[in-house]
Design a protein around this ligand. Structure first.
Ligand code: ADP
Length: 670
């Protein structure tokens, strides 16, 4: 635009005359209009012009314009006598569409487009000019806003796209082009489904459905397809675009590339999973005491979490050829893969692991200068599993001894990273502790079995002299006249010898049970009769308690080892008496239930707490408070339990502290 000569207005007949612009019509016009005389003095103006200028000009005094401060659109000051009105008057031509900025007295600025038109008298002489001022401030500011918006959209790192309600793409910014690989020109007018993977097309229907209802879809995480066919993880925010009437006419879509975030999330998740696995290995190995099991589990899990093609644990072994590794556990490869070759030796590559100096992680072992220098294979033996990526972590005990090493291999380079190193190192520490525990456990087991051997041997050795001692005493007793004053002493000695012999027999039984050699001989007999006999004999030597027998049957035939069942009843009865020092009665009940013979021995003594009830059946276990003042070896119930379970029966107790106890045993009838 610019100054244009208006030929029409240069004709003799002026389009508008002074008289026409003055008057009421002129005043009520919604557009600012004013007139100047030939010299530029303002001669008339309407109210709209006053509103625009923010002041009332003085007729005949103000020159060119009602505003004193005017500027070019770029903000540079514009001299009043160079304003469009001035130029129209000076040149006698109309000026159209040239924009200026005027500043009101209150400082506000408005964009104005003046349309000054010269006026001529009938003689065709220039007599003045009429200027119409169009306020374009709003238009300018919305244009500026739009330009800013466009700049923002173009410079955004997110893909910003707009589409119609049927999914046709109407705009496509630079980032969209970069993210999806389609240029603006090739995609405008196409359907948005072009970037939606086939299996996600129904997502678009759902999204457009929401948009039609005027709703926004925020941070919708999904996948979109690039021009090259690859998929990209994106977070979408889609908003409806409305026209001035508020109707939804399309949608704007912002797509953010979240593939990096997704990869990070995934690797974090993987890391957390790995940690969880390592923790569970830690828990598991600390519970186990079997060396083979511990190391197999450790090898399997670490091979899996490091992504190794195979992993192995080698024990450190010193032999006549020096230090070497003995393969112990292997994961991811068959044992034969290793057995053909000699085990790794303490060579330069392996040295840090052998010496416990630390972990060795190599991206490509074949490029390591120390590699391939040793006899006899000079590198990996022929036929060996191909190892390029290599990770080796020593397993070091608390005392500092190198127990062995965990080795991992992969045929491709650079497969192990610092995280793998850390994971395996922490597992190796746990494994070392577990292995030490297992070793201690093995030692304890060995000591235990030595103790068992000793008990077996000692009780066997004691049995012979005690038996002959008892025999000699019986002979002496028989030879002494009934009234001999020494007789009571001999009898006392005999009863003590019997007790001793009972204890030795029990110890011998324990050792037979341990070695699985407790012999049983089954015969048919009446269990009720046996119970009666035992009670009678025991009552004979028991002054403190009354022993009673109750039974709903007259006879109870069982097939069992009579002597061993007698041993159980004696044990339960003597315990009942022994552990009820304040009571004076013990009840025995014999009955039949469910095709089983059931014997119950009830006392009214000290009772047993719930948590002790299972333990009293274990070898050498005695409840501590009682053990202090009541003698015993803690093996009676252990032997009884074994005898009853060898009869396919069950022995158990029902008791409570201070309430007395009932010991039950049942064995199958028949
Ligand atoms: P011992 O009586 O020689 O200690 P047992 O194996 O027969 O060995 O019993 C193991 C432990 O069980 C006893 O030390 C005692 O603490 C507890 N016990 C056994 N019978 C009774 C009972 N009738 N009442 C209370 N405690 C009992």
């Amino acid at each position: 635009m610019g100054v244009q000569e208006n030929k029409l207005l240069r004709t003799k007949k002026p389009a508008i005359t002074h008289s026409q612009v003055s008057g009421q019509l002129f005043d009520t016009l919604p557009v600012a209009v004013y007139a100047c005389d030939r010299n530029g003095y303002i001669t008339s103006f309407n109210q709209a012009a006053v509103n625009l200028w923010g002041r009332k000009p003085e007729i005949g005094k103000d020159l060119w314009c009602g505003s004193w401060k005017i500027f070019h659109p770029n903000g540079e000051p514009l001299n009043l006598d160079n304003c469009p009105m001035a130029r129209t008057l000076k040149a006698g031509i109309a000026i159209e569409g040239e924009e200026i900025i005027i500043e009101r007295p209150d400082g506000t600025r408005i964009n104005v487009q003046p349309y000054p038109v010269p006026t001529f008298n009938d003689a065709g002489e220039l007599v003045g000019a009429v200027n119409t001022l169009i306020d374009v401030t709003e238009q300018r500011s919305s244009e500026t806003k739009q330009a800013m918006l466009a700049a923002i959209i173009e410079s955004s790192e997110d893909a910003i796209v707009s589409k119609t309600l049927d999914g046709t793409i109407t705009s496509w910014n630079k980032s969209a082009a970069k993210m999806f690989g389609y240029s603006e020109s090739e995609i405008i007018g196409k359907s948005i489904t072009i970037v939606i993977p086939e299996n996600r097309r129904q997502e678009e229907d759902v999204i457009l459905g929401k948009i039609r209802q005027g709703k926004k879809v925020e941070h919708y995480e999904t996948y979109r397809r690039r021009k090259d066919g690859t998929e990209i993880a994106v977070s979408l925010t889609i908003s409806p675009i409305k026209n001035q009437a508020g109707q939804v006419i399309g949608a704007s879509k912002i797509a953010r590339d979240i593939s990096k975030q997704k990869t990070n999330e995934e690797s974090l998740q993987r890391y957390a999973d790995n940690l969880e696995t390592v923790n569970s290995v830690g828990r598991m190995v600390s519970e186990r005491l079997d060396v083979q099991e511990i190391l197999q589990q450790v090898t399997d899990v670490t091979t899996q979490v490091t992504g190794a093609a195979f992993g192995a644990f080698f024990y450190n072994k010193l032999d006549e050829h020096g230090e070497s590794y003995t393969l112990f556990t292997l994961s991811g490869a068959p044992r034969e893969a290793f057995e053909k070759f000699g085990m790794p030796r303490n060579t330069a590559v392996f040295h840090p692991t052998f010496s416990g100096e630390g972990t060795v992680r190599v991206d490509d072992i074949t490029k390591d200068p120390r590699y391939g220098k040793n006899h006899p294979h000079f590198g990996m033996p022929k036929g060996h599993l191909p190892v390029v990526s290599y990770l080796a972590v020593p397993v070091i005990s608390k005392s500092g001894a190198v127990i062995g090493g965990l080795f991992y291999g992969h045929p491709e380079p650079g497969r192990f990273n610092i995280h793998h190193e850390g994971l395996v190192e922490s597992v190796a520490t746990q494994a070392a502790i577990a292995l030490e525990n297992a070793r201690l456990y093995e030692e304890i087991q060995k000591l235990n079995s030595k103790k068992d051997d000793f008990i077996g041997l000692a009780s066997h050795e004691l049995k012979t002299p005690v038996t002959s001692l008892s025999g000699y005493l019986q002979i002496i007793n028989r030879r002494l006249p009934a009234d001999d004053g020494n007789k009571p002493f001999i009898e006392k000695a005999l009863s003590q010898i019997n007790k001793l012999s009972g204890l030795i027999s029990d110890l011998l039984d324990v050792s037979k049970i341990e070695t699985g050699q407790l012999p049983l001989s089954f015969t048919g007999f009446d269990l009720l009769h046996l119970a009666k006999e035992v009670i009678e004999v025991m009552q004979y030597s028991t002054k403190t308690h009354r022993l009673t027998l109750e039974s709903g049957v007259n006879k109870l035939l069982v097939t069992a080892d009579r002597q061993r069942i007698e041993q159980v009843i004696i044990n339960l009865l003597s315990n009942a008496i022994k552990y009820s020092p304040g009571a004076n009665q013990v009840n025995v009940t014999v009955s039949v239930a469910d095709n089983k013979a059931l014997v119950a021995v009830q006392d009214f003594g000290l009772g047993i707490t719930r948590d002790q009830q299972d333990r009293i059946f274990t070898r050498f276990y005695r409840v501590e408070d009682m053990a202090a003042h009541i003698s015993g070896l803690g093996i009676g119930l252990f032997i009884s339990k074994e005898i009853i379970s060898r009869h396919n029966g069950r022995l158990w107790v029902e008791s409570g502290p201070g309430k007395g106890s009932v010991f039950f045993f049942e064995i199958p009838l028949g």
